[in-house]
Design a protein around this ligand. Structure first.
Ligand SMILES: Cc1ncc(COP(=O)(O)O)c(C=O)c1O
Length: 422
């Protein structure tokens, strides 16, 4: 560590609670630049990046076409509050790509988008409770931070607040079900459907893939009881496929939220879905007591909108997802071979573009099924990889279209060395 780096880290400790922005993968590195599949710290160390800014950089860092598009907009102004052409073009492109999308509103982050989606669902149904799944992550709102990572999980459907500062009253408005468990989820919905205003689910919960029958069963129950089904596609949108997880798994929700991969690293998110629900955001069509407010200073600003439009233009090109899938599948196969070679009790869970190595033998199907995984091994592996120039989130590898065989090979070498050590 250089003196410059140390001084900056000391300042971070002085000024930022916990010395971090709340996100840090490690508190010992300050990132200075990112290009393609790599990032560099201020010391000049190079890392192959599987964090991708926690997901947004699906095209890799600083994609030249996104940079050009954004640069050309910057000289024309960055935000106007009113309508702009890029936002309208972006709305059209998303609606043509995403199966559930008929009408759309923009916000700035995933947390906002899921918050507004839940609010719209409650207004539409005139029912207050939200059903969410244990271990599901939907951002930082009070509703989302219920049983996202309960230390002592309670009996379903009782929620546990994930942090301090969440009003007691929120507990009354959230029900918790086990992900991938159609039977218990059905029981909870059947018992409480008169009070459930919306069902929110990550189509892939963190790195746990869905059983297709589970997604289908919540779709059927939501339809039966006229409860809006919200897919939180902040992670999966435009990542698994151009039409997101709903295209990939063939199950269409009523509303979905989009963010991260949508925009090449610029802060924009979206709430999109059926017109009859989205209309609640319209002051023209709704009376004052029906209207759902959804306003934001930077919503749909031209800078983020053109970044997103350009990102989508690139992602839409032929073979983008085919190639990403090939690279991801090869990567996963190579890790599996190493696990086998070293006889390590572990599995890879997730999909080709987002996955993790979980050190346990029992199948990973929901939050509780992962509670006994060997977290120490994961920590050791992550530390060893970081020391070898592999930068990733604690519990996920995100793959970008810019990762080539070269980076994958280097990573596999680092994984092999780490397995030897642990
Ligand atoms: C599924 C999901 N929903 C919502 C969010 C919140 O998004 P943001 O961090 O942009 O607020 C995240 C963030 O990781 C997420 O993974």
């Amino acid at each position: 560590m250089t003196t410059k780096e140390k001084n900056l880290l000391d300042l971070a400790k002085l000024y930022l609670p916990g010395g971090s922005n709340g996100n840090a993968i490690t508190m010992d590195i300050i990132i200075e630049k990112g290009l393609g599949p790599k990032v560099w710290d201020i010391h000049g160390n190079e890392y192959i990046d599987y964090s991708l800014g926690s997901g947004p950089m699906l095209l890799g860092h600083s994609h030249p076409e996104v940079v050009d598009a954004v640069s050309s907009q910057i000289t024309k102004g960055t935000t106007y509050f009113g309508l702009n052409k890029h936002m309208i073009d972006l709305a059209e492109e998303i609606i043509s790509a995403v199966p559930c999308a008929e009408s759309i509103r923009f916000a700035n982050s995933g947390s906002e988008a899921t918050f507004f989606a839940m609010r719209a669902a409650r207004a539409f149904t005139q029912k207050e409770k939200i059903l969410k799944f244990e271990g599901g992550f939907h951002g930082m709102s009070d509703y989302a931070l219920m049983s996202m990572m309960p230390g002592k999980p309670q009996d379903f459907p009782i929620p546990t607040p994930d942090c301090e500062g969440i009003p007691e009253s929120i507990r009354e408005n959230v029900l918790i079900a086990p992900y991938n468990n159609s039977q218990i989820t059905k029981q909870i919905i059947e018992k409480n459907h008169n009070e459930i205003g919306g069902i929110i689910v990550e189509p892939i919960q963190r790195v746990i893939p869905p059983k297709i029958e589970f997604l289908q069963s919540i779709r059927e129950l939501a339809t039966k009881y006229k409860i809006p089904l919200i897919f939180d596609e902040i992670v999966t949108g435009f990542r698994l496929d151009y039409g997101g997880a709903q295209t990939y798994y063939g199950v269409t929700p009523d509303i979905c939220t989009l963010g991260k991969a949508l925009s090449g690293g610029f802060p924009i998110s979206a709430i999109t879905g059926k017109k009859e629900i989205m209309e609640y955001f319209s002051s023209k069509n709704m009376s004052q007591n029906e209207l759902v407010l959804q306003e934001g200073t930077m919503n749909g600003n031209p800078l983020c909108s053109i970044a997103a439009l350009t990102t989508l233009k690139i992602l839409k090109r032929p073979n983008t997802y085919k190639k990403l899938k090939q690279t991801g599948s090869q990567f996963i196969k190579a890790i599996k071979e190493k696990l086998f070679e070293f006889e390590i009790p572990a599995q890879i869970t997730g999909e080709f573009c987002l996955f993790d190595i979980v050190f346990q033998n029992d199948p990973v199907v929901d939050y509780r099924s992962m509670l006994n995984r060997d977290k120490i091994k994961t920590k050791k592996l992550n530390k060893s990889l970081l020391d070898q120039g592999i930068y990733k989130n604690h519990s996920k590898y995100y793959l970008s279209t810019s990762h080539s065989e070269k980076e994958i090979e280097k990573t596999i070498d680092a994984i092999q060395l780490s397995f030897q050590k642990i």
